[in-house]
Design a protein around this ligand. Structure first.
Ligand code: CA
Length: 448
């Protein structure tokens, strides 16, 4: 996959480099042991493990970002689901940002980094190929999807009442006018060439805006973006919960769209680990997966969501007031522009969604992320021809299946295909994993 690597690397580093600075701070960022916020909540009882199931190690360090995507990892730790399967020393380690997570997995846990954890897509691919790790290939395995939904496009308050919504013919004229006045519309995300950049690009392009020419798209830390939106120097932010809620509640702006509206039951973030750790610890890997699968099922019982919020909102984890998470965890979103959504199927989901399994890592979704990377010129066109081979190497849905079977997950909850089939977006565009080129051909705005 050298073409995959060389062409885009230089461009990538130029953008991603800014986030590398924080890597030095990483070690200090590992969480201190949580102050047992769940001391009163019931813990899972230990499973009786067969000899073949006893993990090679009880220890692992998983990185996470303090956003709703990490919830199942935190719950697996705090509710004792990791321990249930013999993983008694799992450290869930808060990462300063995505660049820090990348740098930590590059060095690995023995050197003070992490063994794996939570990722936006296609970060595990970009790390495996050395594209965002200074050409050092660190093979990774994608093992499980952590969640769907829970992200949105926030727009600065100064654009309120201008008709900026999910699908609107007012967006393009507004952005063109700003461009002609020399004040290009500025939008931010927290890491380049991954989910949050893809969501805002998709939404803009579907509304006739060319994200490479009509606006400025930048990687900016969340806190700074919100401050800039307040002062009017940033127009939009593609971000994950709980940031959209804060932006609306603090009257900094409104939401033009939830990602759940752009693509219902869309793939969001994943558990991926260093391949060397998985290869060395296959039983421990499956034990981790079983613990997370059980946590995901627990999370998707809405009767548990009050307790979930109590656990994850604490200082050690998401560090927000519980009321910041209460409503969105129940699928209630005040978009701040008069629209209110109250629909549990639009909430962050961890185990099942309207299309089936959330937890299972569909290879067809990895293919969409790589195809979208080609669409915007992040990866060379030629990489599409070999994408499926790369996916077979990185996406280890086979390990998910084995773990699910061992955990006694009913066959009905284990997908029978590595493809979820044809996907449809809010603008009617379809992605057929059997023919990604047809998807690219159908798109009006693209770089490729
Ligand atoms: Ca996200």
């Amino acid at each position: 996959m050298s073409n995959f690597n060389n062409v885009s690397r230089r461009r990538f580093i130029a953008v991603a480099g800014a986030t590398a600075v924080s890597s030095v701070l990483l070690k200090a960022c590992g969480n201190p042991p949580a102050a047992t916020p769940t001391a009163t909540s019931a813990q899972a009882t230990k499973a009786a493990l067969t000899t073949e199931q006893v993990p090679e190690t009880t220890k692992v360090r998983l990185g996470y970002l303090p956003i709703v995507e990490s919830v199942a990892l935190i719950i697996a730790k705090e509710k004792g689901f990791f321990a249930k399967y013999g993983m008694t020393d799992v450290e869930v380690s808060k990462q300063a940002n995505w660049g820090a997570a990348r740098d930590n997995v590059k060095i690995g846990a023995p050197a003070g980094g992490i063994d794996g954890g939570q990722w936006q897509m296609p970060m595990p691919y970009l790390i495996s190929e050395g594209i965002i790790t200074d050409n050092l290939k660190v093979p990774m395995y994608v093992l499980l999807q952590l969640n769907t939904h829970g992200n949105g496009i926030a727009i600065a308050g100064k654009h309120k009442d201008k008709g900026v919504g999910l699908k609107s013919d007012k967006i393009k004229p507004l952005i063109d006018k700003m461009k002609s006045e020399g004040t290009k519309f500025k939008a931010a995300h927290t890491f380049p060439k991954a989910n949050q950049e893809f969501w805002i690009r998709y939404w803009l392009a579907a509304n006739g805006v060319d994200p490479d020419n009509d606006i400025e798209l930048l990687t900016v830390p969340s806190a700074q973006t919100v401050a800039n939106m307040k002062t009017g120097t940033m127009d939009a932010f593609s971000t994950g919960d709980p940031w959209p809620y804060r932006i609306v509640k603090e009257k900094i702006g409104f939401l033009s769209a939830l990602t759940a509206e752009i693509w219902k039951a869309h793939p969001e973030e994943y558990l991926a680990m260093r391949a060397d750790w998985v290869d060395k610890n296959p039983k421990a890997t499956k034990a981790l997966l079983k613990g997370i699968m059980e946590a995901q099922q627990w999370c998707d019982n809405f009767d548990n969501r009050k307790e979930l919020v109590q656990i994850v909102s604490t200082k050690n984890y998401l560090s927000v007031a519980p009321e910041v998470l209460d409503e969105l965890m129940m699928g209630k979103y005040d978009l701040g522009d008069g629209r209110v959504i109250d629909d549990k199927s639009m909430a962050p989901l961890y185990w099942k969604d309207s299309k089936g399994s959330v937890s299972y890592p569909y290879q067809s979704h990895d293919l969409w992320f790589l195809t979208e990377s080609v669409r915007w010129g992040f990866l060379p066109k030629e990489s599409l021809a070999t994408a499926k081979d790369l996916i077979k190497k990185v996406n280890r849905e086979d390990i998910w299946r084995e773990a699910a079977k061992e955990a006694g997950i009913p066959a009905a909850d284990i997908p029978t295909s590595t493809s979820r089939g044809i996907e449809e977006f809010f603008d009617g565009v379809k992605f057929d994993p059997e023919n990604p080129q047809a998807y690219l051909d159908s798109l009006k705005i693209k770089k490729a």
